[in-house]
Design a protein around this ligand. Sequence first.
Ligand SMILES: Cc1cc2nc3c(=O)[nH]c(=O)nc-3n(C[C@H](O)[C@H](O)[C@H](O)COP(=O)(O)OP(=O)(O)OC[C@H]3O[C@@H](n4cnc5c(N)ncnc54)[C@H](O)[C@@H]3O)c2cc1C
Ligand code: FES
Ligand code: FES
Length: 1360
Amino acid sequence: MEGKQECLVFAVNGERFEVPNIDPSTTLLQYLRSHTRFKSVKLGCGDGGCGACVVLLSKYDPVLDQVEDYTVSSCLTLLCSLNGCSVTTTEGLGNSKDGFHPIHQRFAGFHASQCGFCTPGICMSLYSALIDAEKTPRPEPSPGFSRLTASEAEKAIAGNLCRCTGYRPIADACKSFAADVDIEDLGINSFWRNGDTKEVKVSRLPSYNPKDHICTYPQFLKDEHCPEMHMNSKGCSWYSPVSIEELEKLLHSSVAENCTRIKVVVGNTGTGYYNEIIDYDKYIDLRYIPELSVIKKDNLGIEFGATVSISKAIFSLKEENIINVCPGGELVFKKVAEHMEKIASGFIRNSASIGGNLVMAQRNYFPSDIATLLLALSSSVSILTGRKREKITLEQFFSRLPLDPTSVLLSVHIPYWEPIESADTNESNHKLLFETYRAAPRPVGNALPYLNAAFLAKISFHKDEVLVKNIQLAFGAYGVKHSTRARKVEEHLTGKILSLDILAEAIKLVKDSVIPEVGTSFAAYRSSLAASYLFEFLFNLTGLDYAISGDELNGNLLDEGLESKNDSDISQIARPTLLSSAKQVVESSREYYPVGEPMIKFGAAIQASGEAVYVDDISSPPNCLHGAFIYSTKPLARVKGISFKSNSLPKGVTAVISFKDIPKEGANVGSKEGSVFEPLFADDLTRYAGDRIGFVLAETQKSADVAAKLALVEYDTESLDPPILTVEEALERSSFIEVPSHLHPAKVGDFPKGMVEADHSILSAEIELGSQYYFYMETQTALAIPDEDNCMVVYSSIQCPEYAHSVVARCLGIPEHNVRVITRRVGGGFGGKASKASPVATACALAAHCLRRPVRIYLDRKTDMIMAGGRHPMKITYSVGFKSNGKITALHLDILINAGQTIDASIIMPRNMVGALKKYDWGALSFDIKLCKTNHCGKTAMRAPGEVQASFIAESILENVASVLSLDVDSVRSKNLHTYESLKLFYGSAAGDSVEYTLPTIWDKVARSSIFAQRVALIEQFNSCNSWRKRGISRAPIMFEVTVKPAPGKVSILLDGSIVVEVGGIEMGQGLWTKVKQVTAYAISKIQCDGTEDLVEKVRVVQSDTLSLVQGGLTAGSTTSEASCEAAILCCNFLVERLTPLKKKLQDQMGSVTWDILILQAHDYSVNLAASSYYVPESGSGGYLNYGAAVSEVEVNVLTGETTILREDIIYDCGQSLNPAVDLGQIEGAFIQGVGFFMLEEYLTNADGLVVTDNTWTYKIPTIDTIPKQFNVEVLNSGHHQKRVLSSKASGEPPLLLAVSVHCATRAAVKAARKQRKSWGALDETDSTFELEVPATMPVVKQLCGLDSVEWYLRSLLTR
Ligand SMILES: Cc1cc2nc3c(=O)[nH]c(=O)nc-3n(C[C@H](O)[C@H](O)[C@H](O)COP(=O)(O)OP(=O)(O)OC[C@H]3O[C@@H](n4cnc5c(N)ncnc54)[C@H](O)[C@@H]3O)c2cc1C
Ligand code: FES
Ligand code: FES
């Protein structure tokens, strides 16, 4: 490899980096985070599935003198592949020192950043889209805008996850750059005020000039351009051959060195799926071999070199010049391109190669889309094996043994399919049909399909009949090794005139052919999808009702709901995939100015620019070690030992600690709930899969993670009882967690009496609910630093530093004053960083204590998901009595909650559940709620713990009652809403005064604002006109009881008049600090001197430090913001009281006094300018009710089970909001998290209770394409209330419950589908009484709509 550069040179944000020696498996993310100051790139998943790590990559082509810019996921991009490249991170766009970029400013101003952990990656996705748009030949945009379209702006972030915002504000921030945006459509922001004209609005947006693009590629890199590189480091080598010959030599020499493990790489995105932990000896980067990156178009088709990226392939398939080369071929190619746009996300497609995809499909059985598309088009591949080159069909390629590591895929050829042949002698017309299909949990937001398909057919028309001359049907990703052709179906159809009989037989055959391998999830669903798609492809050709228009290949024959006149409407359902409109109504109040202002969230701009410091961004102190947990994979077993294959510690590992290393004066404790401590490590006995049994300490996080995965744990279960894994087993073995009596909720009324009053009853009906994972974007993390005199400082991303403080002290056996826990900001918590963050911090502290070295950890996503616990699953059995008019008279519930092994927050579940359940007047309410102690990871509080399940249970019961009575469920809901009297009976003092009971008003208002009644009628009409799309609408109320807890505060005024505030509450994205800033400014301004108008700018809220402010408590339960605000107000009141005499004196002397002078004088007069407080709510005033209601409309695709939320209308009572923008963000974000719970997220375990949906491939939170297409939210200001903190109400958790209406609307749509199925003769099931599971995923919905609906439909036509 002579003459090649032996050192890696690249640039980051214009700075030159030269790396002579690096392990070639190092990713760009690892390098940036550990070797540079650019910490904006965040690790959210490491799979390519979240976008937190997105950066812009720029490459220079010296021949064309052109710079190519595109995004990549830095967690998958190998550093060595970046020689000669330039990397731009969000810090490089702008920052607090040099000025923020308009992207940062607009993200802040549109309130698009909450915890901020996703924000840097999203900013980069948008930035790249802006650069791309500038390269398009579009007209010059108006000043302030770009050439980007609104739709492109949204699509740009389709692969980026955000768990906080619900995406709507992010979409607005992105769309604010779009040339075609209607500025009036953009939501609440800090730039303009109501009543501003369009022109004023545009002028107030932070100015953007596309010409001001920062230079992404520095000149010095152009000057020293030398991309090819050979790097030899620590026994591993990186090669970038520049010709096939050189590649052959390399591979040959590798074969000769037969122990060499070689890896051919292109984009390295494959590691996102396979999460390899093997180290290779030789990496061969194929991207510098020109032949492999060529795209050739001729009249035979298109050939892609193997390293061509999916993005480039899409671009060239869509290119206009295809028309000249392959006239008419563009129709097929365009469809292939459109399908490819649904693969992964932009930042993956940009580096993922076509060849890599096909090799993964061939060698590793990856469920590829590309394989299926190309198979249907009879594509072929060229491969190099040894020195032999061969060209074989894709089908032959897949039927061969897996490609060995020294064989290389060179190119793939897609033949040109001529669309229309000339009319033949029989005057029949020939036509080529091509269509592709894909059923995935998210339409465009990065999700593998349950099944994909591509169909190609040559047909000819003979009068009214259609002859199938040739047909190629490819299916893939459904749980078989490779994409396959359904030959039997093809044979059956070829040469036939299409008829219903022929189609019905084809459907039968396809179901017999498309059969997933044993063990594949949703096997029957996947087969039914194959039938659905074939039906969709062919039905309109059966002569019954077809109409193929001019240029259409197929599909889109009929469309748009009410206009469809007949029941054979099976056209492809072209719903808008992204947010189409949104409206926010907020009423702010100036009574306590600046409280009530929709102020920008504190720190939003530095979050966008990546400068906000999270725990893992704190630079490692010298000598720092990194930890990783070894967890049990068994639910109940003795741990006999932990070892490694080599019998010595793996490379880079320093130690493995366990419970045995706890100091003798300490205790095995890892977390605390109330006064109950729970163990840090399993002792000799592991009690659940996911239990912590050891902690590996290594020089790097990667070495620690790998070692933890390689650790061999020896278990022994002899003479142990079998584990308890279900609530039924717990019941049988009386394994329960006791709920303290003060937490027992009270029953209401007399259940037997209520049942006697009933006209009807439902007895012992059952509901089951699963779990949900927090999916905070920042996983659990901590850094522990030993300090002098046996002290320990712990930085932790935790919702309750105070608890971790006590636990660390107890574990180490040191006094609490030797411990300090510091938390600045948390990258999303949602309850998951309360008790569960404590063992993470404690393990680091223990290791630091034992090894006398700093220790840190950043959990990988898989471990985090396995150890998180999550929402409580439960089983509910209920009996309900009701009158014929739908009024409930009595309800009894037996609830078995799977609490897992530890007590944690489970003891609050009964009270929380009953609190939310009581939203309806049940007449009499009784219950028996048991917390089952099982051998699962202890469940803990997740946003609205218990309340969300209870809200669902209540709706489910009413749905059932309405079905039994054949009544409209909305009227049953209305009938059972509380009167103020019944509210008082159910809630006691929490019901407050009658004016506070705003739910009836909200209930009516949301019906009016959503035009509910009219839409109900329209939907009925729609459903009667459409067989394969069914809509449902639902209105649901929520009630949520909160309790305000005590909270500490401290406010200090510094010499220059700036103010520093400490509060117990932790900033996790919910805007707590912003509200505290506002109230501090308000409360201090009561001093009434000049210069206090802008006081809010002088206030800074600082990190929580458990030694500086004690009794910080737990940030949870939605009320910490208001309690922290009240604590700050109390401090301010003290300060105002102390300053007032001086102010008066100065005023008397000088006539007026400014704030700055007052404070200077106060120092001179020795006024105590620091005040602390501990706010304790007055007894009886701590609890109140929150109200809201939502109307959801959904559309269900009966063929696939896909549910689209068409429109959402929410009204939520925030009292007098402390900051309406922050509260709106909480409402929307919580609602979308609820949509995740009800519709998407499956948090599953295996038979041992080990979580198996443990990554972004298998766990699907909502993305921008799954939120409501129209999203209207009103933050209701219900006015002054003297007992509330400045009349405000909570917003963090209650709105999550509103998402139940989406589930109910889906149920209504499913009901319509079942009714129709019944009309086709499927008499086996009832159409109205059924349970729709949570989450109502595609397979669940399709199952209820009928896996065989196509067959029933055809049968009904045949027997007509
Ligand atoms: C988050 C995410 C989502 C995805 N979603 C989808 C999806 O929905 N549908 C879909 O079809 N795909 C999907 N993919 C797969 C993606 O298309 C592939 O990861 C990508 O195309 C692989 O290309 P690469 O250049 O990154 O390959 P690499 O990761 O570099 O290589 C992958 C494997 O192929 C080998 N290899 C690569 N090129 C060659 C060659 N020319 N000859 C021999 N061996 C070779 C490598 O040694 C390695 O074993 C997704 C990937 C990610 C990360
Ligand atoms: S961390 Fe790279 S995509 Fe999630
Ligand atoms: S703001 Fe997006 S994940 Fe928190």
